[in-house]
Structure formats: structure tokens, C-alpha cells
Design a protein around this ligand. Structure first.
Ligand code: ZN
Length: 200
């Protein structure tokens, strides 16, 4: 589990990245860190790209329905308008922002703020996604979280998509995806979706 090296903020800030596949708990980890900052009476904001409108506009909701109020912005530069007096900035679904996000995160960290970025590190074809690779390079702390492959039980780092579409961004359809390990990802459509069975 990630433990902050210093919860009393120094004049120099830093960047943390939480990345992984879909269903790996990235948003839960981001919200956990923000809640801890909140209990430490640190002023924080949570930001997400406006195009991620799967759920309520003003809230970030992880798949387990943990909710926290957030600000939606169209471009990373707009984050700068909301950070006066703020100590901790959480950014969710960061893969959907353009490359300006890297510059904005640097600027915020250089201004003494703690920046926590959560996002998919790979798209549905297993390619590095958006600005996440650059952010991984410049971050002080990197946490890669994993889902579990429903086919073999190994750790899953890929997001496999069943829906037929060439678009990199396919929102509002989490049922079109499942987490897969490297081997099961490479088997593609030869593996059928695992249906969810609920326990009693
Ligand atoms: Zn597998």
C-alpha cells in the first residue's frame, strides 16, 4: 500500500501516478489518498476530463460507487484556475487529457502542490495511452495496480474489449470490457466473456 513520505507539505511538491487496466482499482486508490488528505485538513480538489460523462457530471464514482465531488474541465490548462490555496490535486481518467497535462502537472508540483494522477496506462489494443507514459517518467511515485484475469486468475494488466469499434475511447460501456492477463489478452476473441456470478 502506498504511504506518503511526507504528509506535511514542503515548498516543493511532487507527482504521483496510479495506473493500471480497467477494473484494477485506480479510482478507488485515488479517492483513498484524497480522503486521507481531507482527514489531515488539507485542501484538495478532484478533477476529471469533461468527456468522461459515464456517470454524474459533478462526481467521480468508481465502480464500487464510492463518490466524491469533482470539477470537470475540457482542457488541462483549466485546472490552474481552480488551485488557489489548494494543497492536493487529484486527476482521474487522465488518459483522456491531451499532452498539455504533463506541463500542467509539472507546474503544479513546482508550485509546491501534491499532484495525484490516475489513469489507464494502456488502451484496448495494449498501446501506451495518451500522456500517461510521459507522466510515469516525470512522477516521483508510481503505483501500478492490477485487476485479476477472470479466465485464469493471474494478475491482469490489459483491458480487453469485446465491442467491435476502432475508436480508442469507448465510454459508457464497461460491460464491453474485461481485464485480462497478457496470455489471455493475446488469445483475443477465442476466449468468451466471463459472466458475473453473484454469491449468496
Ligand atoms: Zn489470464
Amino acid at each position: 500500500m502506498f504511504l506518503e513520505s511526507n504528509v506535511k507539505l514542503q515548498p516543493a511538491g511532487w507527482i504521483e501516478v496510479v495506473c493500471g487496466s480497467m477494473f484494477s482499482g485506480k479510482t478507488e486508490e485515488l479517492l483513498r489518498r484524497l480522503k486521507r488528505a481531507y482527514y489531515a485538513r488539507q485542501l484538495y480538489i478532484l478533477v476529471k476530463p469533461a468527456k468522461d460523462n459515464r456517470y454524474a457530471e459533478r462526481e467521480v464514482i468508481s465502480h464500487d460507487e464510492n463518490a466524491m465531488e469533482c470539477i470537470t474541465v475540457d482542457h488541462p490548462g483549466q485546472i490552474l484556475k481552480h488551485v488557489s490555496g489548494v494543497e492536493v490535486i487529484g486527476i482521474d481518467e487522465a488518459q483522456f487529457f491531451d499532452s498539455e497535462l504533463v506541463e500542467v502537472c509539472e507546474q503544479l508540483a513546482n508550485a509546491g502542490k501534491r499532484v495525484i494522477v490516475a489513469g489507464l496506462d494502456m488502451d484496448f489494443l495494449g498501446r501506451p495511452f495518451g500522456s500517461i507514459p510521459q507522466l510515469l517518467a516525470i512522477a516521483e511515485y508510481v503505483t501500478k495496480v492490477h485487476a485479476i484475469c477472470p479466465h485464469c486468475g493471474n494478475l491482469a494488466s490489459h483491458s480487453y474489449r469485446f465491442a467491435k469499434s476502432d475508436e480508442t475511447i469507448l465510454l459508457g460501456a464497461t460491460e464491453a470490457y474485461e481485464p485480462r492477463c497478457r496470455k489471455c489478452f493475446s488469445l483475443g476473441d477465442r476466449l468468451k466473456p466471463k459472466s458475473i456470478s453473484k454469491g449468496h
